[in-house]
Design a protein around this ligand. Structure first.
Ligand code: AG3
Length: 281
């Protein structure tokens, strides 16, 4: 018996991340991507799409809390929420913790991701039977194209890297359409890659394109994410007629949610950009 490791090679930045695995639980080629699930020795189950780590049991709370709660506590009174991507349902679970949210639509192109979450990540899908949740399997770009103007309060883009199926989600046309379907006061948030690797490129371009699309404020919030390239990740918020540098601090402190990373302090801290990022953005 020899050790088996899963490794995500991040060739463009000459780095890699590995986890010791005990078993491959799933290997499917969907019409959109190659999906694998592994059992690891120390991080619980691991989901991989096209060779890229999506999540592990152990640390997905970092990403999912930071893609959901800053946006939801920035909006004054979010009722209608849309998630593009997010097929593993980890973001949906965080959104559903907000009692004021009346309806959440999740649109992922790939049904296989949700099926894999149902089998191997039961904690993420446990709230899916909530009557406020609607799960659609369709092209998010098309869905946003067809959605009614000013009909959404918070729009969350929980995508893979901006290559392959997610490429269109980082384009100006899409962002313009996102701006249009948000009601005044609306907030959009997009996963925005590594602060260390992508501040001067992907993040900078995304922020520029969000402003081009009509958003009047943008904020990039870095947070630790040990299993993604560089070990550090970010989300970028954009506000429609609202300033995403401010949030409902009292509501963010006074709630019943059992959160493990997000607090008003971690939110405020994430809004403070280190000099290297400020210079690059
Ligand atoms: N979204 C994936 C972020 C990108 C990770 N990139 C990588 N490993 N190269 C995660 C989906 C979780 N709901």
């Amino acid at each position: 018996p020899h050790d088996v490791w899963f490794t995500e090679v991040f060739d463009s930045h000459g780095s890699a991340f590995s986890l010791k695995v005990s078993e491959k639980l799933l290997d499917v080629q969907s019409p959109y991507q190659h999906l694998e699930v592994y059992a690891t020795d120390t991080y619980g189950n691991l989901m991989v799409l096209d060779g890229c780590v999506m999540l592990t049991d152990r640390d997905n709370f970092l990403y999912h809390e930071m893609i959901a709660h800053p946006a939801l506590f920035t909006h004054q009174d979010p009722k209608r929420v849309v998630i593009i991507g997010g097929g593993d349902c980890g973001t949906l679970k965080e959104v559903l913790r907000h009692p004021g949210v009346e309806h959440v639509t999740q649109i992922d192109i790939d049904k296989e991701v949700t099926k894999a979450a149902e089998r191997f990540f039961p904690a993420l899908v446990a709230s899916n039977n909530d009557s406020r949740a609607e799960l659609l399997f369709a092209d998010g770009v098309k869905w946003v194209d067809d959605a009614a103007d000013e009909s959404i309060d918070v729009l969350i883009i929980d995508s893979t890297d901006p290559v392959g199926p997610a490429e269109g989600l980082f384009k100006t046309d899409f962002l313009t359409r996102c701006h249009r379907i948000l009601a005044p006061g609306g907030v959009m948030v997009q996963q925005s890659e590594s602060p260390l690797y992508h501040s001067g490129t992907i993040i900078r371009e995304l922020r520029h394109d969000m402003r081009e699309a009509g958003f009047n404020s943008v904020a990039t919030l870095p947070f630790p994410q040990p299993v993604y390239p560089s070990g550090w990740w970010s989300v970028t918020l954009a506000g429609k007629e609202t300033d995403v540098n401010y949030f409902r601090e009292e509501a963010a402190a006074d709630h019943e949610m059992p959160l493990q990373y997000y607090t008003p302090d971690t939110h405020r801290g994430a809004l403070v950009l280190p000099p290297f990022m400020r210079n690059a953005l």
